[in-house]
Design a protein around this ligand. Structure first.
Ligand code: GLN
Ligand code: ZN
Length: 751
């Protein structure tokens, strides 16, 4: 027997109630009281589902927007620009911005696809705690679950410090916030909490492993606060931090025994426990039900794992998920359109709860001889090395590609997804439009996009992506081997939810996916139109992968399928093919020791997809959503002819880093943010659409030139926005592009 516990659950509601409540409140259609009532119902639904499944200690997950932002609010750590605000106004202003007060930055939460609000602490920061919302949550949890089952969950102090953007050292941040944490823990104990979860995923990263002194100081101080602590340190194994981390003075430690499905270097938690032992008297939370995977777990193997852990000296066990279940959709039984034989093999959050409870009850017989955490099957069909290389080197092939005047202009792919465009797709789906009628209307959108770009005198055109709902779904739906849910929503951030595709079998090319739209656009203009694909690594990183095959093998299958699309575009006369890899960095493991193997197959997958292009075909790639400063060499190794890179938030740091790393191919460093990136906003301007003026854009271009990159080859310095423009309105896009072209022409005239 073990304890069944949870460490987080979807905060969306089973039917996206949280999103709907937020949107109606933001539109002014509901009151604050109605919003709060809706969220109380969402919490009660989630907690009720956990109790019904037989979980005996339920983490009181639930948030109006983000759990890190909740901690910012609880600590009273709002930046000074929000001083005039309080309560929910303050909370949502930090999340979304307010007039004159841009939102906090947003960043990926460890290696998940969830994005959190980055705490911003200035030098003089002193906490002004407000614990009322956390205590209210505990009281509601106790009313729903009973006192023994309701466990508050908080971001731990060291992870909070390490996630913050601040000039202060982590040790200084920890020292300043510790008294507040201690006070909070005492208050929770006083209110009857049996324990508190402090989530410290940073412990699984290089920075966390280096923060031993901070961890020891923090937990020594908190151990006296009167509330037993369950330190939840998931998202990877603890690696070299394990020997000291397990000795931190806490009642329980909860660890990730699964890691990333299909990772090249498997999660080592079991090996660490068996090598270093487990301290007597401490509860071990066994995260063996895979919180990152939609596939049903091998419960017999989990039971065997529990037996091995007991044999290794861990007598007091709790069973839980490997990471918070917030990364999974709610309930597989809400899916009615999936292939019948697939559904029983899948498990969403509710099904994972049942697995946790079964394992904890001891009802599952352990598999005999099961090996836990072995490396995934990595069988890749024989691919000759030559398929990873272009036929000619960049310098040779560049001369055979289309030539342009200095500072050629282009854009990244998508144009405004207007209400009209979205309606077309909805009508196709509902059957109100048949395919020919739909395509004829899409073609009008393409003609509009081409006409506008010609009118603005852009050099390399795009068709505008009006037919795409989403840059990975559009491809996944046309490939074999991927399936799509109807209700499988997962929170990406705040009120933004996504439905990641599921890779359910071998992925293969079926028929051309983008050629029709390319041809329609190219037939309308004598200027070159770019072919536009999403790359294999991005499709993989935004999907739920298989568990029976390595991620590398799955990336190569996608690459081989997309390689056929590159060839099909070429055959249709396309001279420039763009393969977007905005999520390249998202798959990067948390520990640098695991990064190389990921980067090497990720780069290989991109090359496998693109090297089919003839020397005379220009291969473009586009990267965005993160800072790529630490992976310059892999980016160079992608061997694209043109790299367009989101650059607006790092000054020219990215361009300088590329120059320093010896980058020599064509470059399109975004001259300014023309977009408000919808998935992971990264710029302070994100919530306040701007039309950058020509003088600003010109200055930006000159600053790129000052970096010395591509000296003497201005015909290879591309001028383009930072990302696709699908979330913008034409009213912003047209003047922005006009100014961008004007800036390029100004510089062109000087050459
Ligand atoms: N071609 C895509 C677009 O323009 C690229 C989007 C992205 O990088 N996220 O929308
Ligand atoms: Zn982008």
């Amino acid at each position: 027997m073990a304890l069944a516990i949870t460490i987080g659950f979807p905060r969306t509601g089973s039917k996206r109630q949280a999103k709907l409540a937020l949107e109606s409140f933001w539109k002014g259609k509901s009151s604050e009281a109605e919003l709060l009532a809706a969220f109380r119902a969402v919490d009660a639904e989630a907690w009720g589902a956990q109790r019904a499944a037989g979980v005996s200690r339920v983490a009181l997950d639930g948030t109006h927007y983000d759990q890190v932002l909740d901690m910012v609010a609880a600590l009273g750590a709002a930046p000074a620009r929000f001083k005039h605000l309080s309560g929910l106004d303050l909370y949502f202003a930090m999340a979304r911005g307010a007039p004159g007060a841009p939102a906090l930055d947003m960043s990926k939460f460890f290696d998940s696809n969830y994005h959190f609000m980055v705490p911003e602490l200035d030098e003089g920061f002193t906490p002004r705690p407000d614990f009322a919302p956390i205590l209210d949550r505990l009281a509601r949890g106790q009313a729903t679950l009973g006192k023994d089952a309701a466990v508050p969950m908080l971001i731990g102090p060291v992870t909070f410090a390490l996630l913050a953007s601040t000039p202060l050292l982590p040790s200084a941040v920890v020292a300043r916030i510790l008294p507040a944490y201690a006070e909070l823990l005492a208050a929770l104990a006083g209110a009857g909490a049996p324990e508190v979860q402090l989530h410290e995923p940073a412990l699984a990263t290089d920075r966390g492993a280096a923060a031993r002194a901070e961890y020891e100081a923090a937990y020594r101080a908190l151990s006296g606060a009167g509330c037993p602590i369950n330190l939840v340190a998931t998202y990877d194994d603890l690696g070299e931090a394990y020997p000291w981390a397990v000795r931190l003075p806490v009642a329980s430690l909860t660890l990730d025994f699964c890691g990333v499905p299909g990772a090249a270097i498997p999660n080592a938690t079991l090996a660490l426990v068996e090598a270093h032992g487990w301290p007597a008297g401490k509860r071990l939370g066994v995260g063996c039900v895979d919180g990152r995977s939609v596939w049903a777990d091998d419960e017999a193997a989990c039971a065997a794992l529990l037996a091995r852990l007991r044999a290794a000296g861990a007598a007091d066990l709790a069973v839980t998920s490997s990471v918070s279940l917030q990364h999974l959709p709610w309930d597989i039984t809400a899916e009615t359109a999936l292939p019948a034989k697939l559904a029983p093999r899948l498990a969403f959050a509710v099904q994972k709860l049942a697995a946790i409870a079964r394992l904890a009850s001891g009802a599952v017989a352990p598999a005999s001889g099961a090996s836990w955490g072995a490396a995934p099957v990595d069988s890749v069909q024989e691919i000759p090395r030559s398929m990873f290389d272009r036929a000619e080197r960049f310098e040779e092939r560049r001369a055979k590609q289309l030539q342009f005047p200095p500072f050629p202009t282009t854009s990244i792919g998508s144009f405004p997804q207007t209400a009209q465009v979205r309606r077309l797709r909805a009508q196709l789906k509902s059957g109100a439009l048949d395919r020919p009628a739909y395509e004829a209307l899409i073609d009008r959108q393409i003609a509009l996009a081409v006409g506008i770009q010609e009118g603005l005198d852009v050099d390399v055109l795009v068709h505008g992506e009006a037919e795409r709902t989403d840059m990975s779904e559009h491809f996944g739906m046309q490939l074999s081997g991927m399936v799509f849910t109807t209700n499988g929503w997962v929170q990406s951030y705040g009120s933004r939810y996504v439905r990641p595709p599921i890779i359910a079998g071998d992925v293969a090319f079926v028929a051309p996916m983008t050629v029709r739209e390319f041809k329609v656009a190219q037939d309308l203009t004598s200027r070159p139109v770019k072919g536009m694909l999403t790359g294999p690594v991005t499709i993989l990183n935004w999907s739920f992968p298989r568990k029976d095959l390595s991620r590398r093998a799955q990336a190569f299958q996608l690459a081989l399928a997309l390689r056929k699309e590159v060839a099909a575009l070429e055959e249709a006369g396309c001279r420039i093919v763009q393969v977007d890899e905005p999520a390249l960095r998202e798959g990067l493991p948390l520990k640098s020791s695991k990064a190389d193997s990921y980067l090497s197959w990720a780069v290989d997958a991109f090359r496998l997809c693109t090297t089919v292009a003839a020397p005379s075909t220009q291969v473009v790639t586009h990267l965005c959503y993160s800072d790529f400063g630490d992976i310059m060499q892999p980016i160079i190794d992608m061997d694209a002819d043109v790299l367009t890179i989101e650059n607006s938030r790092s000054g020219d740091a990215m361009v300088r880093a590329l120059a320093a790393a010896g980058y020599t191919a064509d470059l399109g460093p975004a001259s300014a943010s023309l977009t408000a990136q919808d998935r992971a906003p990264t710029t302070p301007h994100v919530h306040s659409p701007v039309v950058p003026d020509a003088a600003f854009l010109e200055a930006k271009l000159r600053s790129f030139l000052d970096t010395g990159i591509l000296a003497g080859a201005p015909e290879r310095l591309w001028v383009n926005p930072d990302c696709g423009l699908k979330t913008r309105a034409w009213e912003e896009v047209i003047p922005s592009l006009r100014n961008m072209v004007a800036a390029a022409h100004k510089l062109r005239a000087e050459v």
